[in-house]
Each structure stands twice: as structure tokens, then as C-alpha cells.
Design a protein around this ligand. Structure first.
Ligand code: NAD
Length: 480
């Protein structure tokens, strides 16, 4: 049984409490590792190490900093298969997804920010003969990075890479549900060349280890991805301390399908945007609005093709639907399916858990589920389910579907299917979302701003914005 350890000041350490929490494998429900139940004492040690290391790291020449990030990217690539298997066993996602998306993106994040930091520049504002202003962009100090379970290495690295690139040192906490790939990464940090204390990883529960990071007075910036309720709590702790806050939170994304779209491309992608990673991607389109004239055709084909998706052993390459992350999350998803029935919804397929045979019989599996007949205002269509559950609903006009699409408290992403260019521009401008995909989904260019409106978050990750978040701008004004 694997014992996961914290990584503080370049060393793997047991938690001060000496207590551990169990890590369940979603594929079979068994405990297969133990995670440090860290508390404020472990966080204190990590912050002290990070404060010491900051004096060195902030002065590192950009090329040397970039080299460490490049090296870490290469080490992930070199060990990609081991990382992919670990991600699947820890999270329950199909191995094909870990191999093609999660792990490549983990290394790409380090590589991208290594390149980006070499391109950083600042502005100057000459005032004729009076004065010269120039702007210094300096790292804020120790960055607190807290990430969720749905894309473990992918989102963990999406935070720590820009923080390290900016010249900050880091105290990071991965989700207690999926700690394994962050732990594996910690084995390569020294080999990549990072000085001790620059990149620290503390494992443990959100309310304990996470809260100790958020409330620590010597951590001036918090980058958090997770649920909206947690984000609200973190804001209430961090805002009065005047910390910099980046919050990437929940979503309830609309997928809007007009009759003039390329039907086959739309259908293929809609199956992915609905059920990839068992619907546990914050960008999945869980509310599907279909123009009335093609609603019946869409419904028949979507239901038939969803029934063909192979649910099974996540390590099997044929599997398209793996396990959801935990027993508690499975119960939450099934609870929402019951709610949908109570609210008058009709289950067109799925609607229940799946039981596999043999050694996987206690795993956490939920059939991909399509529901129709609900109002866009009901709880099923307003609250984030974060599972393999979508609703479908017909619409008649652009105005009507815009009203439905924008009706939730969330504003993370939207998907739009139409071949009418003017309509695409009109709708993209009116949709309340941080990203609008037209005739596609999950196409990501790491240079673009990424984040949500409304209750989906504050600030943007991605591109140079993410490095800038971890810096303070200082204007130097020299009288001439
Ligand atoms: P969560 O909020 O329960 O946990 C996220 C992280 O925060 C975990 O590491 C957890 O330990 C920690 N945490 C929990 N309570 C804390 C506290 N009081 N103080 C400090 N840290 C605390 O979220 P989750 O269930 O892990 O992830 C699923 C959610 O994440 C969904 O709502 C999903 O939409 C969202 N998400 C958003 C994005 C995005 O980019 N907007 C991306 C992925 C996931």
C-alpha cells in the first residue's frame, strides 16, 4: 500500500500529526494508498521553507528558472505512461483520456510557462523632458495553489507553473481525492533543478490543510480551482486579508444547437461535451438546447449513440465511460437524477448506477443519463451536477434560447452550433460565459484567457495573465 508524503524544503516528510486519510480507488472502491492528514503545522513548515527559498528564486535569471520548468515538463513526458496509469487508478477516468489529455497537458503547462517567462516584458512611459516612468513586475512572494480532483495533474500544473515562472515560491495542495500524480511529480522536482523550498506540496483535507494555506498571513496570493461554495468560503477568509485571489469555480454550461449546424460533427462532439470524464469536466455542456425543427431527430440519435458508449474498466482502452471519483460523488449524482424525476423529467437513457462484474463490482459507476421534459428554471437545470447527466430541451428563437442559456448563476463556458456566421457573432457576444465555442468544444490555446463570469469565478488563468496574477506591478518614476 502506497504511503503518500508531503514534499517540503526538498524532502519527503510525514505529516506532523502522523495521521493519514485513506485514498480510495474509484475503479473498485478499495483503499489503495494513504494520504497525509496535514494541518497548519505542516503548512507553517512549507511556508517557512518557501519564504527562505524566495530570496534565491526571485533572483534566479529567467533562463535558469525556465530550465527548471522545461526539465520538469520533460520528466513528465519521459514517465508519461506511469503518470497516465496513476491518474486513471486515482481518478477513475478512462486511460485513453489520461494518455491523450491529462498527462500531455500537465507537461505542456510547464513547457508553456517556461517559454512564456522568457517573453515577459514591461512598459515604460516617458514624460518628455519631465520624467521617465517604467514598470517593474515583481513576484508577490509565496503563492498558495489549491486544485480539484477532476483533472488532477492538468489543473495542479496549470497553477504552479505560472507561479514558479513568475518567480514566486509555492505551497500547493492537490485534492485529497486524487493526490497521486502530484505526489509522483514531487519525486522529480529536485531532479528538474528547483532549489529546495521553491516548490512545496502539502497533502490533506480542504478544511484543514487547505484552510491553513488560505488563512496564512505570509501567503499573499491564492489561486484556487474548485466548487463555488468553497470559493465563496475562501473569498470570505482571503478578502479581509487583502490577498490576491484567482478563483476558477463551478459551471452549468449550455450547449446550443441550431438546425443549420453540421449535424454529424455536432453529434460527435456533443457526445464528448456531455460525457467525457463522466461529465466531470467543468466545461461539459450539461444543458442541451436544440432548435425545435431538429429536436426529434437529435433526440433519437443522441439517445441511441449514448447507449453505445462503452462503460467499463477505466484501464481498458475500449472504455469511454469510467468511474466517477468517489462514493459520495456517485450518491450526489444519483440524488440529482431522483430530483429530476420529482421535477417531472423523463429519463431517456441511463438514470441509475452501473454494477460491473468481478473485481470492479464495488467501483463507482453511473450510466450516462439523458433527461427531457424539464423547465430551464428547475433545480436540475440550475445546479451543477458534475456527472454524466444532461438535460435536453427544444427552443424556437434566438431570444428564447439566450434567456434560457443565461438563466443560471454560472457563466463558465458555452457551446454554439450554427453555420450562420452573423448569428454566431451575435450569440457569442450575448452569452454570459468566459469562453464561447462555436462549432467545437474543448479546443484550448494556452495563450488565451480562461475563466468564468458570475459565480463561475474571478480573474482569468492562461497566457501571460496567469504569470501577471502572481506579480505586483510597481511604477518607478524618475524625474529628469
Ligand atoms: P472542492 O471545492 O470541494 O475542492 C477543491 C480543492 O479545494 C480541494 O483541493 C479541496 O481539498 C480544497 N478545499 C476544500 N475546502 C477548502 C477550504 N475550506 N479551504 C481551502 N481549500 C479547500 O471542489 P472539487 O469537488 O474538488 O472539484 C469540483 C469542482 O471544481 C466543480 O464545481 C467544478 O466545476 C470545479 N472546477 C472548476 C474549474 C474551472 O476552471 N472553473 C475546473 C475544474 C473544476
Amino acid at each position: 500500500m502506497e504511503k503518500i508524503l508531503n514534499f517540503i524544503n526538498g524532502k519527503h516528510l510525514e505529516p506532523v500529526s502522523q495521521s493519514y486519510i485513506p485514498d480510495h480507488c474509484p475503479m473498485n472502491g478499495e483503499v489503495y494508498a494513504h494520504i497525509p492528514d496535514s494541518d497548519e503545522r505542516d503548512v507553517e513548515m512549507a511556508v517557512n521553507a518557501a519564504l527562505d527559498a524566495f530570496r534565491i528564486w526571485k533572483k534566479y535569471p529567467a533562463e535558469k528558472r525556465a530550465a527548471c520548468l522545461f526539465n520538469l515538463a520533460s520528466l513528465i513526458e519521459k514517465n508519461a505512461e506511469e503518470f497516465a496509469r496513476a491518474e486513471t487508478i486515482d481518478n477513475g477516468k478512462p486511460i485513453t483520456l489520461s494518455r491523450s489529455v491529462d498527462i500531455p497537458r500537465g507537461s505542456a503547462n510547464f513547457r508553456f510557462y517556461a517559454h512564456a517567462l522568457l517573453q515577459m516584458h514591461t512598459e515604460a512611459y516617458p514624460m518628455d523632458d519631465v520624467a521617465l516612468n517604467y514598470v517593474l513586475r515583481q513576484p508577490v512572494g509565496v503563492a498558495g495553489c489549491i486544485s480539484p480532483w477532476n483533472l488532477p495533474l492538468y489543473l495542479f500544473s496549470w497553477k504552479v507553473a505560472p507561479a514558479l515562472a513568475a518567480g514566486c515560491t509555492v505551497v500547493a495542495k492537490p485534492s485529497e481525492l486524487t493526490p497521486m500524480t502530484a505526489y509522483m511529480l514531487s519525486r522529480y522536482i529536485a531532479e528538474a533543478g528547483f532549489p529546495d523550498g521553491v516548490f512545496n506540496i502539502v497533502h490533506g483535507l480542504g478544511a484543514k490543510a487547505g484552510n491553513a494555506i488560505v488563512s496564512h498571513p505570509k501567503i499573499p496570493a491564492i489561486s484556487f480551482t474548485g466548487g463555488t461554495v468553497t470559493g465563496k468560503h475562501i473569498s470570505s477568509v482571503a478578502a479581509p486579508m487583502f490577498k490576491k485571489l484567482s478563483l476558477e469555480l463551478g459551471g452549468k454550461n449550455p450547449n446550443i444547437i441550431f438546425a443549420d449546424c453540421d449535424f454529424d460533427a455536432m453529434m460527435k462532439t456533443t457526445l464528448l461535451s456531455s460525457f467525457s470524464n463522466q461529465g466531470q469536466i467543468c466545461l461539459c455542456g450539461s444543458r442541451i438546447y436544440v432548435e425545435e425543427s431538429i429536436y426529434e431527430k437529435f433526440k433519437q440519435e443522441f439517445v441511441a449513440r449514448t447507449k453505445e458508449l462503452i462503460l467499463g474498466n477505466p484501464l481498458d482502452e475500449k472504455t469511454r465511460i469510467g468511474a466517477v471519483v468517489s462514493q459520495a460523488h456517485k450518491n450526489k449524482i444519483l440524488g440529482y437524477i431522483e430530483l429530476a424525476k420529482k421535477e417531472g423529467g423523463t429519463i431517456l437513457c441511463g438514470g441509475h448506477e452501473a454494477r460491473l462484474e468481478g473485481p470492479l463490482k464495488n467501483g463507482y459507476y453511473v450510466m450516462p443519463t439523458i433527461i427531457e421534459g424539464l423547465s430551464h428554471t428547475c433545480r436540475t437545470n440550475q445546479e451543477e451536477i458534475f456527472g454524466p447527466v444532461v438535460t435536453i430541451q427544444p427552443f424556437r428563437t434566438e431570444e428564447e434560447v439566450l434567456e434560457m442559456a443565461n438563466s443560471t448563476m454560472y457563466g463558465l463556458s458555452s457551446t454554439l452550433w450554427t453555420n450562420n456566421l452573423k448569428r454566431a457573432h451575435r450569440m457569442a457576444s450575448e452569452l454570459e460565459a468566459g469562453i464561447v465555442w462555436v462549432n467545437g468544444w474543448l479546443i484550448r490555446d494556452l495563450r488565451t484567457p480562461f475563466g468564468g463570469m458570475k459565480a463561475s469565478g474571478i480573474g482569468r488563468e492562461g497566457g501571460l495573465q496567469a504569470i501577471e496574477f502572481f506579480t505586483e506591478e510597481k511604477n518607478v518614476c524618475i524625474k529628469l
